[in-house]
Design a protein around this ligand. Structure first.
Ligand code: PRT
Ligand code: ZN
Length: 297
């Protein structure tokens, strides 16, 4: 944000694995947008926050140059580019966002000669993440050659281009389909909210804080359920023991029914049908489970 632009810009992946979840999170944080004609820009209608839709690899650079104040990007992309940038001021990770989980893993062919990290010495490793791979090799005290490939890394061993690979894995199906297995995890990754090192001024800082509080409230509701029920007062201890509650439940008396109580409990996603059936057996009535959209402390 500068004197000519009193709005924040957040860079988000245009189309890919992080796009839907990123925009969904912004909407859950209460932001509403109007799309530009070229579909590269979303104009914030109810908060001075606009979205720039770009390739994920461009996001750290846009923040470094100050074209955007915030971004949502995979930690794998952020940390790879941070290592490549050396001493240049680089975007900081403000918080992890709970989607886009994956890991950068070192993987080797099934049934081959490599079965421990030390066996990689002197061999060739194919990856799209040369900086993170080289850092991991240094940490392991191994000298090996890193070959950069920008796609289809998993077929490199079969083509004879490399002995091992270092690639992103989520379910592991791609590795299995290519007769590879993991030897070690190089980096645990997920989508993260990042901030430009160039942002200045009290107005921008205040707006970023407000935006982050909104994101925090939207994320803190994830997986949280509000359970409401009525029950005999005598069942309270058993009910409290049973519930996967995140804090002590609120217990309220009921007018004219001294033996009964109303209970409200914030529960985590473990709350399931079995809990509800057991609550019924304990005498609970009028059970209601509501998804929590957002929470403010
Ligand atoms: O066009 P643009 O440059 O914006 O997108 P992109 O093609 O570079 O990225 P995209 O959309 O594929 O991924 C964006 C981000 O999603 C990554 O940087 C990661 O942070 C995150 N992510 C999460 C993943 C995966 N899971 C993932 N599984 N990115 C890639 N993969 C690939 C992986 O490279 C491998 O080919 O999926 C395959 C493995 O998946 P499994 O489930 O078989 O293990
Ligand atoms: Zn990309």
């Amino acid at each position: 944000m500068n004197e000519t632009r009193e709005r924040l810009r957040i860079a988000v992946q245009k189309s890919g694995r992080l796009s839907q979840d990123s925009l969904g999170l912004l909407r859950r944080a209460g932001l509403a947008f109007r799309e530009s004609r070229d579909k590269l820009f979303l104009y914030g209608e109810n908060m001075p926050v606009d979205v720039l839709l770009v390739r994920d690899d461009d996001i750290p650079g846009l923040l470094v140059e100050g074209s955007c104040e915030l971004g949502i990007v995979g930690r794998n992309v952020l940390d790879e580019q941070r290592l490549a940038a050396g001493d240049t001021p680089f975007p900081a990770e403000l918080r992890a966002l709970g989607f886009g989980q994956c890991r950068l893993a070192l993987a080797v062919p099934d049934g081959g000669p490599i079965d421990k990290i030390a066996d990689l010495a002197g061999l060739r490793i194919a990856t799209s993440y040369p900086e993170l791979t080289a850092r991991w090799l240094r940490e392991q005290g191994i000298e090996a050659d890193v070959v950069v490939l920008n796609g289809s890394v998993e077929i490199a061993p079969r083509l004879g281009k490399a002995h091992a690979i270092c690639d992103l894995v989520s379910s592991g199906a791609t590795l299995a389909a290519n007769q590879l297995h993991e030897l070690d995890t190089v980096l645990r990754s997920e989508a993260v909210l990042v901030a430009s090192p160039r942002t200045q001024g009290a107005a921008a800082t205040a707006l970023i804080e407000r935006f982050c509080a909104r994101i925090g409230a939207a994320l803190s509701g994830d997986g949280v359920r509000l359970l409401m029920l009525q029950a005999p007062r005598s069942a309270l201890a058993a009910i409290t023991r049973l519930l996967p509650a995140r804090e002590e439940p609120s217990v309220l008396g009921l007018d004219g029914r001294p033996d009964d109580i109303a209970v409200q409990a914030l529960c985590d996603a473990k709350l399931d049908w079995q809990h509800l059936e057991e609550l019924k057996r304990l005498g609970a009535r009028g059970l209601m489970v509501l998804n929590v959209e957002r929470m403010l402390a």
